[in-house]
Structures are given as structure tokens and as C-alpha cells.
Design a protein around this ligand. Structure first.
Ligand SMILES: C[S@@+](CC[C@H](N)C(=O)[O-])C[C@H]1O[C@@H](n2cnc3c(N)ncnc32)[C@H](O)[C@@H]1O
Length: 265
């Protein structure tokens, strides 16, 4: 099985849409009048949830109606948030077929099917013309990508000149052994967590200039301490172990969530 197949298998839930809607109802939301904002309790699959998406968005200087690529869009929480709050036209791609189907279904359910679009594709082989996006972002995806430089080069290709590329990923901070599963991997073979220095070198080689770096360790720890409402449904049956292992690694300083803002040169 290829790395991409194993990654996709790790994320596939099997009955995700129904499980998410049940969780939304348990959180007291009415399915008949659901909005993109109501979905925030379930549709952001990264450390810090919606506030972390908003914090990353503050670093992305793009006007309303900008065309923006979401690399590894998951079930579409960040894409719907940016489309609704910033007026961007967001196109998401993701390896995991079930996530793409759920992203489409949830967007339709909240009346946003014309504002966001999703398709199954690999970040390593983007199905878009050169210079077709004003900006791109990638949230908690790079940990599954072994060779980041060609992926960044592909993102550079589809960006217009000076286009912004914002990354918010879990990045290695020190040596330390991983216990599995973590939210992005069930085994070492799919865990390609890298240091900020490795990201920055790959970005530079791919034709980007890194203009900003921000370590989000404290915000990440705080969000874990404050989290209510049970383990994230999107993580499936092993959610409790995944979150527990991740939290221990974050507390031990083995990794931290980090933002990098880059610009195509
Ligand atoms: C932790 S989830 C984050 C989802 C979303 N970005 C979010 O923050 O809600 C990681 C996502 O990356 C996707 N992914 C991993 N490797 C990928 C690749 N090479 N190409 C496209 N998507 C990938 C997975 O399928 C999964 O949906």
C-alpha cells in the first residue's frame, strides 16, 4: 500500500456524516436550521479548532472574492469559515474520499454549496492550472507528507505571482519518541513530522520567501485544557488515545503547532 493509501485509510471513518450530525445535535444545534458556525463544534480537525483557523486567517491578507486553495481540506470547516467570514472562493482538495464527500454534504446542508468546492486529489499532484489562485493554506497536513519540497513547488505553481501560502502544522521541536495513535497517524510510517527549519528550507527551495513564523504552543495547550464536549468525533473510535498521546507530546515539548506565512517569489 502506498503512503497516500495508508494515510487515507488512517482518516477514513466509515460513517462520518451521521456521526458528526449526531454530535452536532448532542451539542444542542437544530439540524433543520444549521449554519456553518454551528458546525465549528465538529468540523475543524486541528489543534485549537476554529479560533486557530481565525488566528491563521488574520495573517492572510487577501480581499473578498479572492480565489483560495485549501490543501488537505478535511471535512471543510476552515473552507466554510473563510468563505463565510472573508468572502473568499475556496477550493479544497483532500486525499480522503470520505472527507471530501462529507465536506460537500455539510456545505450543502448549510447552504454554502456555491461558495466552496471540494475534490479528491493529492497535494502532490494538484489538478489546477498554473497561477490560478490568489492564495493557499494548509492546516495540519504536512505531517503526512514525506517529501515536502515537491508539494510546496506544486502549490507555488498554482499560485499567482506574490501569492500567499499560509501553513499551520504540527512541527517537531525536540527529539522524543512518539506513542501511537496520534490524530494524524496510527503508525510511524505515516508520521512525517518535521522541524520548522526543514519546512522553511523546503519552502525556499520551492520558490517561496518565508515572511512570518509563529509558535502556537501556548494557545494549543490552552485549547486542550479548555476543551469540553468529549473527544472529537472525526477521529473515530480511538479519539481518546489519539488526543491523549498528542497532548503528552505537546506538553513534553516534542512538537508544537506552528504557523508559517510564505509568499511566492
Ligand atoms: C488532520 S486533518 C486536517 C484537515 C483540515 N485541514 C482541518 O484542519 O480541518 C489532515 C488532512 O490532510 C489530508 N491529507 C494528508 N495527506 C495529504 C496529501 N498528500 N494530499 C491531500 N490531502 C492530504 C488528510 O486526508 C486529512 O483530511
Amino acid at each position: 500500500m502506498s503512503l497516500e493509501q495508508t494515510v487515507s485509510q488512517h482518516y477514513t471513518h466509515g460513517n462520518l456524516e451521521a456521526a458528526l450530525l449526531a454530535a452536532v445535535q448532542r451539542a444542542g444545534k437544530n439540524l433543520e436550521t444549521l449554519t456553518y458556525a454551528d458546525l465549528a463544534v465538529v468540523d475543524e480537525f486541528h489543534i485549537g479548532g476554529r479560533p486557530a483557523t481565525a488566528a491563521l486567517g488574520e495573517q492572510i491578507d487577501l480581499p473578498a472574492s479572492a480565489k483560495v486553495l485549501d490543501v488537505g481540506c478535511g471535512i471543510g470547516g476552515p473552507a466554510r469559515f473563510f468563505a463565510a467570514e472573508r468572502g473568499w472562493q475556496v477550493e479544497g482538495i483532500d486525499l480522503t474520499a470520505e472527507y471530501v464527500e462529507v465536506a460537500k454534504a455539510l456545505s450543502k446542508r448549510v447552504g454554502m454549496a456555491d461558495k466552496v468546492s471540494f475534490r479528491q486529489a493529492s497535494a502532490g499532484s494538484l489538478p489546477f492550472d498554473a497561477a490560478s489562485f490568489d492564495g493557499a493554506y494548509m492546516i495540519h497536513v504536512g505531517m503526512n507528507i514525506a517529501d515536502k519540497k515537491p508539494v510546496f513547488a506544486g502549490i507555488r505553481r498554482v499560485l499567482k505571482p506574490s501569492g500567499v501560502f499560509a501553513i499551520y502544522d504540527a512541527m517537531r521541536q525536540s527529539d522524543g519518541t512518539f506513542s501511537y495513535p496520534v490524530p494524524w497517524s496510527s503508525e510511524p510510517a505515516t508520521n512525517h513530522i518535521a522541524t520548522p527549519e526543514a519546512y522553511k528550507a523546503a519552502l525556499k527551495e520551492a520558490g517561496f520567501e518565508v515572511v512570518k513564523e509563529r509558535n502556537r504552543r501556548e494557545a494549543g495547550l490552552q485549547s486542550m485544557q479548555q476543551r469540553t464536549g468529549g473527544p472529537p468525533v472525526v477521529m473515530g473510535e480511538t479519539a481518546v488515545q489519539k488526543v491523549g498521546n498528542m497532548r503528552a507530546l505537546l506538553e513534553a515539548g516534542v512538537f508544537a503547532p506552528v504557523e508559517l506565512i510564505a509568499r511566492a517569489v
